[in-house]
Ligand binder design. Structure first.
Ligand code: NAD
Length: 443
């Protein structure tokens, strides 16, 4: 089948490459000419494990190409996926900004020829597919088309695996022809026995938000339990294990830490609360999740300050990890950025290291921080070392070497990747998250 992706970002590029890998002919479109030039030149604009090889092999075999020309890419397509960004509109209500979706819809409407399925891959509020349909009908009363919802659940860092071995595929379509096109596109996954869920468009749209809100709820829940653990002398990792082994609860997304970030959970929880307000059906739990998470990111700076005796003015603080999670270069809404700014406001000097996120962080942080070559350089002369992102390479650092590099042996481990007793044995004061059992002392 002939597939066009509008938007060649984290979702559009991965999805496009994976569809090409299934044997479909895929054209990825982006209005960012620099991104398309890179891809045409064989370079990959994002960090995603496995993606460079998959893109290269499908380009070589003539099934995957890149362009800035929407019209020519859409004309021949059987299915056009809209995979553009839907960030928060910036207003106080947190609604999703659909301007990129609307712009893409107008461009697609102008170009379609023959029966075409327009698929909303972007995360869009309930009713957005109805709006896309109305827009196309108004702009092109002659067009033969149908609109479907096919939300994406892939996780950055494991995106290819998630696409090829998904927990489920949700197809929201009222039109039987549209449903059939999507079934044909995903046929290779049927053979893998991946669960397919056929729903109405509105249900599909809501499934995506409800899923992200639920995941965010688990995170905020365990983070509040972590705070309680610190007060009452309990260990949040053991509490999480104790509840996670109950398979009605499950162990995933129960890792206490510095709050959730990324390009999805923060904006999707906000957009869902806005939807609730708009439809007079408030989502109080999700509203609390958002508030808890916002407070948490700022509270982490106070935690670091407290570990340093309350005053970080003039202190040197090393930050390990800038991306919102490991195995991605995505720093959108990353907890590290909030932490860094808050510590700077308190007068601290920051030195930072991330294995792949530095290039994206530079335009955001500018020259307000010192960028380091590796974890040990980052620790040099620091009064505290703060682990913010649990990259594999931070899990087995040479603690003696780190301690020797630092001015003070203080490890603030916001991901609980070190055992307190291990760190202590190597001469560190270890401050974890929700580790009420291991008393925090200040230096
Ligand atoms: P992104 O910002 O990485 O990519 C979006 C791309 O769309 C950009 O390259 C932009 O230049 C391009 N674009 C915008 N308007 C365009 C137009 N009219 N024509 C052509 N290109 C255009 O965003 P993303 O992270 O890939 O997210 C895309 C959507 O998928 C969002 O709705 C997001 O919520 C959803 N989603 C993201 C993830 C994730 O992990 N990133 C996972 C599931 C769902």
């Amino acid at each position: 089948m002939r597939v066009t992706m509008i938007g060649t970002g984290y979702v559009g590029l991965v999805t496009g490459a994976c569809f090409a890998d299934f044997g479909h002919d895929v054209v990825c479109v982006d209005r960012d000419a620099g991104k398309i030039a890179m891809l045409q030149d064989g370079r990959i604009p994002i960090f995603e494990p496995g993606l460079p090889d998959m893109v290269a092999s499908n380009v070589r075999q003539g099934r995957l190409s890149f362009t800035t020309e929407t019209a020519s890419a859409v004309r021949e397509a059987d299915a056009v996926f809209i995979a553009v960004g839907t960030e928060s509109s910036g207003g106080r209500d947190g609604k999703a900004d659909l301007s990129a979706v609307r712009a893409a819809t107008r461009e697609v409407a102008a170009a379609i020829e023959g029966f075409t399925v327009i698929v909303a891959k972007s995360t869009v509020p309930v009713g957005a597919c109805d709006e896309i349909e109305r827009m196309v009908r108004d702009l092109r009363p002659d067009a033969d088309f149908a609109v479907a919802s096919n939300p994406e659940f892939l996780r950055e860092g494991a995106a290819i695996r998630d696409f090829k071995l998904p927990d489920r595929i949700v197809i929201g379509a009222e039109d039987e022809r549209a449903r059939q096109v999507l079934v044909d596109l995903y046929r290779p996954l049927y053979l893998n026995a991946a669960p397919f869920l056929h729903t109405s468009r509105r249900t599909a749209e809501l499934i995506k938000y409800a899923a992200n809100a639920f995941l965010a709820t688990k995170i905020s829940f365990i983070n509040e339990i972590a705070d309680l653990c610190e007060r009452v002398g309990a260990d949040v990792q053991q509490v999480a294990r104790g509840i996670g082994l109950d398979n009605r609860i499950g162990s995933k997304f129960l890792h206490a830490g510095p709050g959730f970030g990324g390009s999805c959970l923060p904006k999707d929880t906000l957009a869902l609360t806005a939807m609730g307000q708009e439809h007079a059906s408030p989502l109080r739990i999700v509203e609390a999740v958002v508030a808890v998470n916002d407070q948490r990111k700022r509270a982490m700076a106070r935690k670091v300050a407290q570990a340093l005796g309350g005053d970080v003015g003039g202190r040197r603080i090393a930050i390990l990890g800038l991306t919102f999670k490991p195995n991605t270069d995505d720093i959108r809404e990353a907890s590290a950025l909030v932490l860094i700014r808050a510590l700077q406001d308190m007068g601290a000097h920051l030195q930072v290291f991330d294995p792949v996120g530095m290039d994206n962080a530079r335009p955001v942080l500018g020259d307000s921080v010192v960028y380091c070559q590796n974890a040990y350089a980052c620790a040099q002369d620091a009064d505290a070392l703060v682990i913010v992102t649990e990259w594999e390479q931070f899990r087995a650092l040479d603690l003696d070497r780190l301690r020797r590099a630092m001015r003070q042996p203080l490890l603030v481990d916001l991901r609980n990747i070190y055992r307190p007793d291990d760190a202590t044995r190597h001469g560190f004061v270890h401050i974890g998250v929700g580790k009420g059992g291991s008393p925090a002392s200040s230096v």
